[in-house]
Write a protein of this length. Sequence first.
Length: 134
Amino acid sequence: VTRAQCAFYFLITGFFYFVLGFIMMIGLPLPVVMQNNGWLSFQPVFGLLLAAELIVLGIVIYKKGESAVLFARLGTVLYAALIILNCWIGTFYIQPATALLFIGVFSMTGLVLAVLLGLAVAHYNAANICSEVH
């Protein structure tokens, strides 16, 4: 995995969370989020937080290259920990079993993304390919 590819993986995942958080923000406007401090009302902000983290990681990987690999690994672990924490907190707020199933599915999807990003960082190769321009 080259530097540009690894950065692209983080950027595209961050863009996904940005769009997801933005769509949820439209569905749950900010005044509603401030009135109801439940777990569901925090989800748009959580999506935007994850988006910011992943986009920053992608930019740092692209700018710094191999010197940012440790930072990217720590960021990937933080991303996975935030997904697990969000799932754990969600189980206290949601009671129906079908809703818990959805929380589990979405959290597992997030963890799969964390594993794939971790694999991209683990297979990072500092060598450039011909299509990369510096």
